[in-house]
Ligand binder design. Sequence first.
Ligand SMILES: C[S@@+](CC[C@H](N)C(=O)[O-])C[C@H]1O[C@@H](n2cnc3c(N)ncnc32)[C@H](O)[C@@H]1O
Length: 245
Amino acid sequence: MSGAAPATPLDSYREIWRRKAVLRALYDDYYLRIIKLLKPGRTLELGAGSGHLRTYSANSVLTDIQPAPWLDAAADAQALPFRDACFDNIVLLDVLHHVENPTSFFAEAARVLKPGGRIVMLEPAITPLSGLFYRYLHPEPVNMSQDPFAEVAANPKRDPYDANQAIPTLLFRHRRAEFDQHFPNFHLALVRNLSLFAYPLSGGFRRWSLVPAFVVRPLLLIEDVLLILLGRFMAFRLLVMLERR
Ligand SMILES: C[S@@+](CC[C@H](N)C(=O)[O-])C[C@H]1O[C@@H](n2cnc3c(N)ncnc32)[C@H](O)[C@@H]1O
């Protein structure tokens, strides 16, 4: 009696990626924006999931807390299995808000990055409109009252998809001044609003989409203009870049 191993969550996400052209069109835009912010050199991706950064940035090490055959290593963002000062960049796409102790991540990032190295991340933004969507139409919670600097005792039963979508907005918008005090090793060089309609309409990694792939590119061009006026009220994502001092 034998059979294929049961699909892991990462297998399922990879399968959705393969089938869903609208998702690939959207993430093509995300990855291109991310790689524009990278320094030349070696990049570590954390929480790489279905694992596509290398298509855009060849010199990348792909990792996730969940192992998968297409990834280079299993790695917890809070305890990285890499030596000091060995990376020029760290990339996270929708990962920081899943990390139990963001403070431990920033300590580890400061350790493995070379001086001048960068963290580039794309994360949920909680704005008046996106907050409604994320609270009522998205499975991950939004808890604006969590202290993002507090160290919590590690929960051995934590699921890799447990999350607080508010963490990036709290760290990089609402409590930005405290961020500088807590993490003097990092200079918060860029926090930009991104994503209006295309992302929620695409359904992300869910199986449905309300838009076909061919409208993603024009929609994103229109969004770029609208974001200037509407970003702080409506943006769904934050693009963030930090530099290791
Ligand atoms: C929302 S998924 C994003 C996956 C991928 N970056 C993407 O955008 O398709 C979050 C990923 O973060 C990973 N993750 C959660 N906690 C982590 C941690 N402490 N360290 C590294 N990865 C973690 C999960 O296993 C999951 O693959």
